[in-house]
Design a protein around this ligand. Structure first.
Ligand code: RNT
Ligand code: ZN
Length: 418
């Protein structure tokens, strides 16, 4: 059988259980997924010299990492060309691009420092998401930014947040796509604090001040990302799950952002998605792969990844969930890391769209739990691979791993020569 026939057979099998695979592919093509620029250079950025801080870490020393905006864009282009589906660009403030001899500190960043990124995104028909960078900077005092007891420090970081709101609005206006602006800080304590509330009250006030910057709520979607702990801040994180959820719940227009690496290993974000969708009009996600902890390994087509995608689709919430990838592996080819992660999430979404969700929900409501279990197992053997191959072909990318040959060639010809 050639691919067309294989796909036709698969399509009929899915049709028999009420799944329209063509419609699933058409739908997926329209759903943007945000690709994080920071996988390309180990979260280094262009506006500082120092190390990566904030309780996050990249490990590995794979050769040829991008060191300039041009290199990062070139690498990203290579990655983008190997991924099916609709992409959005996810930037951090630390990726500002300065003219020769120019520099602006984080509190003074302006739209012009991102004009090159806007041109890049527009040429590729991508919207842009944004993140103020509250780490890797010498104005972090004693590990604290927005929750610092030092008013000058806190002011600096509030100004940074406000600058980022203005830049986010600029992105939205330029690209014609709303910009999701995510606030995450690594603020916390290594050891048991004596006061857990005051830092949170300051953090709360700081975010309120940032969001008091005027902006169009249709264009900028601010979020707050929670975290359970970071390296060096194991005992206490100001932006805990309860803190950020409550903040988002009580501040109109502010979304909660769940990063699936930021919970205890026995918690599942797939279960949290429908819980939040009961209350929030919109939510945001950082999709990653935690290995025993917040390790930010490359996203794979694994069970929890599939389950998260299924929940978004089952809840009919593809237009209510902003999806962004967030991982950084410096130990393997960085472009391949981008590609594998993005393709894994595409597979998970396509798989979810090819699931007879209404039928399964009916079995649940009619308490036909034996049948439900048997069906869920049966579906694992459906010919999803044929649908994926067809989807990739329709998107103009290779379906199998032959894309790796292109990356290997680029590795030899470009990366190793840096
Ligand atoms: C860190 C958070 C945060 C960062 C990025 C770089 O634990 O997940 O989202 O990964 O902002
Ligand atoms: Zn994250």
């Amino acid at each position: 059988m050639n691919q067309k026939e294989t796909y036709q057979a698969a399509k009929e099998m899915y049709a028999a259980i009420g799944v329209d695979t063509d419609a699933a592919m058409e739908k997926l093509k329209e759903i943007p997924v945000s690709l994080h620029c920071w996988q390309g250079d180990d979260v280094t950025g262009f506006d500082h010299e120092g190390p990566l801080t904030g309780g996050i870490q990249t490990t590995g020393n794979y050769p040829g990492k991008a060191k300039t905006p041009e290199q990062l864009m070139q690498d990203m282009d290579m990655a983008l060309s190997l991924m099916p589906g609709k992409k959005k660009l996810n930037l951090h403030a630390s990726y500002a691009i300065f003219e020769e001899g120019e520099h602006a500190d984080r509190n003074e960043l302006a739209p012009k420092h991102f004009a090159k990124w806007v041109a890049f995104a527009k040429e590729r028909n991508m919207g842009i998401d944004f993140n103020p960078t509250f780490f890797s900077h010498d104005r972090i005092k004693d590990g604290l930014t927005l929750s610092s007891p030092d008013e000058e420090t806190r002011r600096f970081w509030i100004e940074h947040g406000k600058a980022c709101i203005r830049i986010s609005e600029y992105f939205a206006k330029e690209t014609g796509t709303p910009c999701v602006m995510n606030i995450w800080t690594g603020d916390g304590y290594k050891d048991i604090p004596a006061d857990r509330m005051a830092p949170r009250m300051r953090y709360k006030d700081s975010i309120e001040q940032i969001l008091a910057e005027p902006y169009d709520k249709k264009l900028v979607k601010p979020c707050v990302e929670s975290k359970v702990f970071g390296i060096g801040v194991e005992s206490y994180t100001a932006g805990s799950a309860e803190f950020t959820l409550s903040f988002a719940a009580t501040h109109e227009g502010c979304l909660p952002l769940m990063d699936n690496g930021h919970y205890h290993p026995t918690e599942f974000v797939s279960d949290k998605i429908p819980a939040l969708l009961c209350f929030y009009p919109e939510i945001a996600l950082h999709i990653t792969r935690p290995v025993r902890w917040d390790s930010d390994h490359v996203v794979l087509f694994d069970d929890e990844t599939k389950e998260m995608a299924k929940e978004i689709v089952r809840c009919n919430a593809l237009n209510r969930v902003y999806m962004a990838l967030d991982y950084f592996d410096a130990s393997i080819n960085r472009i391949a890391a981008w590609v594998v992660g993005f393709r894994s999430w595409q597979k998970a979404l396509l798989g979810a769209l090819c699931t007879p969700n209404d039928m399964l929900a009916r079995l649940q409501d009619e308490n036909r739990m034996t049948e439900l279990m048997v069906w869920q197992e049966e579906l694992k053997n459906y010919p999803f691979g044929a649908v994926w191959t067809e989807y990739c072909e329709r998107c103009g990318v290779t379906a199998d791993k032959s894309w790796l040959e292109t990356v290997k060639k680029y590795d030899e010809e470009v990366l190793r020569k840096r």
